[in-house]
Design a protein around this ligand. Structure first.
Ligand code: GDP
Length: 419
């Protein structure tokens, strides 16, 4: 059975290693190109006296999609028997990092393209690092231009070993490393007879093995408290369920106060009568079986799937402020419905967006990306972005302006709940 929700992927790699050619091939070899289009493009390049490039498909595809619509991310779709895919913008486009870090775009899987002859280059490593930075865990490596390496296994294994070692050093485990020739169409959709020594999946098979991100309703319950209203003797806790489901009788945990109480009733806005159960995406008002202290900004969960609690977090941020972000500076952090004062405890790595080089400087300039450590005055409840994007993302505010967006990574900072 074919799914209808596309899996969003990003294709990265050193310039000229064959990303556009691979995309052209994916569109064509999966039959996602309108009939006659390829012939038209071939005829056109012949007329202009240019040798045909698979990358031309991408341009043609793009020109068609863009007619009349302005979109700031490049979006290309293709389909396998299993499901549709959406390729989102690759690094090089200035909006890409911002969209990924602020959550405007999210990729669930990535292909890292490496030229078999050129091998692993500095830019290949930077793009690999970027995937780690963005928390993309499903990565397949495509070793391209195998035709130029005589389809030889020895060369492939050397490149495979090198990229596996590098990715391993930054905590990324590729699901597969696939030898291909994008130009010749080897191992893109169908297995190539030219590389009988390779037993693994083709590119589309590797993609089809990736998991779809879980639906919000499948994730643990997260209800950030928006408001607490008093009606007669009752207190109603209101908010939007960001993930999971909530039932009458459930024992709820309020973080970071760590108080618990049971759900006495649930009212869904617009439902008219009380409901027994409600799920992600809905706004609710709930009453509890006992009076406990609840305030805006707390996060409601079930007891056995609580968010992290900490006053120090590692975060990956995209900086939009005119004044640079620096160690010791204080901002207001807005996470779900809460607003908390935070201080920059450390700037760990600053990524140069132009060339994605990771360096050490003490401050982050406008449009910069960095890994930083934030400290809040009190203990906060948060999620890892990779675990729950809705409560693992925040913005930084300085005198009413949004100056940055970021995602939480607890790596290296233990959950303080038990302490
Ligand atoms: P990008 O910059 O990563 O998008 O790379 P392109 O897709 O534009 O490819 C760069 C050059 O490499 C082009 O001239 C392609 O024709 C060539 N190329 C791409 N894939 C292959 C391949 O599998 N085999 C060979 N021989 N050339 C390729």
């Amino acid at each position: 059975t074919q799914g209808t929700t596309p899996l969003t992927i990003v294709i990265v790699g050193h310039v000229d290693h064959g990303k556009s050619t691979l995309v052209g091939r994916l569109i064509h070899d999966t039959g996602s190109m309108p009939d006659g289009k390829l012939e038209a493009i071939k005829a056109m390049s012949e007329k202009r006296g240019m040798p045909f490039e698979w990358a031309f498909l991408l341009d043609a595809f793009q020109a068609e999609r863009d007619q009349g619509i302005t979109i700031d991310t490049t979006q290309i779709q293709f389909k396998t028997a299993k499901r549709p895919y959406l390729i989102i913008d690759a690094p090089g486009h200035k909006e890409f990092l911002k969209n990924m870090i602020t959550g405007a775009a999210a990729a669930s899987a990535a292909l890292l393209v490496i030229d078999a002859v050129d091998g692993v280059q500095e830019q290949s490593r930077r793009h690999g690092y970027l995937l780690h930075l963005l928390g993309i865990r499903q990565v397949a490596v495509v070793v391209n231009k195998m035709d130029m390496a005589g389809y030889g296994e020895a060369r492939f294994r050397a490149v495979e070993g090198e990229i596996r070692r590098y990715l391993g050093s930054i905590g990324v485990t590729p699901s597969h490393v696939v030898p291909v020739s994008a130009r010749e169409g080897d191992n893109i959709v169908d297995r190539s007879a030219a590389m009988p020594w390779y037993q693994g999946p083709t590119v589309t098979q590797a993609l089809d093995l990736c998991a779809m991100p879980p639906e919000a309703v499948e994730l643990p319950l997260r209800l950030p408290v928006q408001d607490v209203y008093k009606f007669d003797q009752r207190r109603i806790i209101a908010g939007r369920i960001e993930s999971g489901t909530l039932k009458v009788g459930d024992t709820l945990l309020f973080s970071p106060s760590n108080k618990t109480a049971r759900v006495a009733s649930i009212e869904a806005w617009g439902a008219g009568a009380p409901v027994r159960q409600i799920e992600a995406g809905k706004s609710v008002g709930i009453t509890l079986d006992e009076q406990i202290f609840v305030e805006r900004g707390q996060i409601v969960s079930h007891v056995d799937s609580a968010p992290f609690e900490s006053n120090v977090f590692r975060a990956r941020i995209f900086w939009l402020g005119h004044a640079p972000l620096a160690r010791g500076k204080q901002y207001k952090m807005k996470l779900a419905t809460g607003e908390f004062p935070v201080e920059v405890q450390q700037v760990e790595t600053v990524i140069d967006v132009a060339d994605l080089a990771a360096g050490q400087t003490s401050q982050v300039e406008r449009n910069g990306v960095a890994e930083i450590v934030l400290r809040s005055r009190s203990v906060l409840a948060v999620d890892e972005f990779t675990g729950n994007p809705r409560t693992g993302r925040f913005v930084l505010v300085e005198s009413y302006d949004i100056v940055g967006g970021g995602i939480i990574s607890m790596q290296g900072y233990p959950d303080q709940r038990a302490q």
